[in-house]
Design a protein. Structure first.
Length: 202
């Protein structure tokens, strides 16, 4: 699965997204010139079945949907937001600080009958679900890469004649960096055949 990022250039505040009954991973990094925050929510949808074929069908029938209605066994959504402060100096307008926030969500299957199934099927399921989770986490890493490049490259922008010109340049650069990671995410699914080339088979 892949999903392109949504992006937003924000004012100085970036509200946190919190989803109840989900697993939340958060990281906050603060430096004198930038801050980076991330929040990843992991949720599960129930499936049932007594054979690999039944489990695969349950995921096909009940898995998360993309915007076009297609269903996937696992699904990752992410967005990258950034903001900055400008400062007019004698040599032009400069960016004082670049902050990024990454919000992501991963939806995965949860087999409700796992504890009563036979040992062989449980082993196959655990291997499959581990690889599926790793594949979806790979999608989320593109968001982190986009945010890191935004902080690095926007902070390195040279002074501009006025702040309006700098804001336009910074936002165009941020959008292009997110688009670059979106294209890499597309290639990630294409090259791995949605994880199948890495053993993602039940």
């Amino acid at each position: 699965m892949w999903l392109s990022a949504t992006l937003r250039a924000l004012p100085n505040r970036m509200p946190a997204l919190r989803t109840p009954r989900s697993i939340i991973a958060a990281l906050l990094f603060v430096a004198s010139h930038a801050s980076a925050s991330e929040q990843l929510d992991i949720s599960y949808y129930p499936i049932s079945g007594d054979t690999p074929a039944q489990l695969l069908q349950a995921m096909q029938d009940n898995g998360p949907q993309a915007d076009d209605g297609s269903r996937f066994h696992g699904y990752t959504r992410w967005n990258v937001r950034w903001n900055y402060r400008t400062n007019s100096r004698s040599n032009g307008c400069v960016l004082q600080r670049v902050d990024t926030q990454v919000n992501g969500s991963i939806t995965l299957p949860e087999w409700t009958g796992e504890h009563t199934a036979d040992a062989k099927l449980r082993e196959r399921w655990r291997n499959y679900s581990t690889l599926l989770r790793e594949h979806e986490q790979g999608h989320y890493r593109f968001a982190l890469d986009a945010a890191a490049e935004i902080r690095r490259q926007l902070a390195a922008l040279p002074p501009q004649r006025n702040c309006d010109a700098l804001v336009q340049q910074a936002n165009q650069l941020g959008a292009s960096l997110v688009e670059l990671q979106r294209q890499r995410e597309i290639a990630y699914d294409r090259d791995s055949n949605h994880g199948r080339n890495n053993g993602l088979e039940l």
